[in-house]
Design a protein around this ligand. Structure first.
Ligand code: SF4
Ligand code: SF4
Length: 61
């Protein structure tokens, strides 16, 4: 299982991570990325790669 964390202070709300995630784990809520389906994460790290703000961490738990 994977734990996705968004640093909201760093997130610019660009939506890149939402678009790239194959599992709809992320959504923009109030202008920031939010983890809405945590148990769906595949650990693919695509969101990490597209986030220029380096606001996302994905950890295997
Ligand atoms: S890619 Fe990064 S900066 Fe853009 S919405 Fe996602 S977490 Fe925020
Ligand atoms: S690691 Fe992959 S499945 Fe998990 S939130 Fe990021 S893009 Fe989505």
């Amino acid at each position: 299982m994977f734990e996705v964390t968004i640093d909201k202070d760093k997130c610019t709300g660009c939506e890149e991570c939402v678009d790239v995630c194959p599992s709809d784990v992320l959504e923009i809520v109030d202008g920031k990325s939010e983890v809405v389906e945590p148990e769906e994460c595949l650990g693919c790290e695509s969101c990490l790669e597209v986030c220029e703000a380096e606001a996302i961490t994905v950890e295997e738990v």
